[in-house]
Design a protein around this ligand. Sequence first.
Ligand SMILES: Nc1ncnc2c1ncn2[C@@H]1O[C@H](COP(=O)(O)OP(=O)(O)OP(=O)(O)O)[C@@H](O)[C@H]1O
Ligand SMILES: [Mg+2]
Length: 102
Amino acid sequence: MAEPAGAVRVRPALLVDAVSKSFGGVNALESVSCHIEAGSTLGIIGPNGAGKSTLINVVSGLYRPDRGRVLLGGMTSPRRHWIGVPVRDSCALFSRPASSTA
Ligand SMILES: Nc1ncnc2c1ncn2[C@@H]1O[C@H](COP(=O)(O)OP(=O)(O)OP(=O)(O)O)[C@@H](O)[C@H]1O
Ligand SMILES: [Mg+2]
């Protein structure tokens, strides 16, 4: 669908786009999408086994998704270009210049 004239496209700081992750026969995440703006906090709630920790671990880069993508600042970021810090089911993301060699 065409965007209305004058519409401003805001690129989310973090975009989770149709991410799926399975462990054997268990579909922990099935086409999960969400986004978050810079400086904001997103809470994830759900029953035991819903996939909350798996989502955090995919976002942080600890797990590689089977399908879908995680974009940070609009880019699919190799781990060396950013840091994700999962701590007890929370994850803080800090962007890093693409030229960084660490
Ligand atoms: N490393 C793993 N190997 C096999 N199965 C896993 C693994 N990690 C998670 N699972 C399975 O994936 C599903 C989602 O688990 P996950 O830990 O992400 O849920 P959760 O929402 O964090 O649950 P909880 O509220 O208990 O912390 C569950 O069925 C779980 O058993
Ligand atoms: Mg958990």
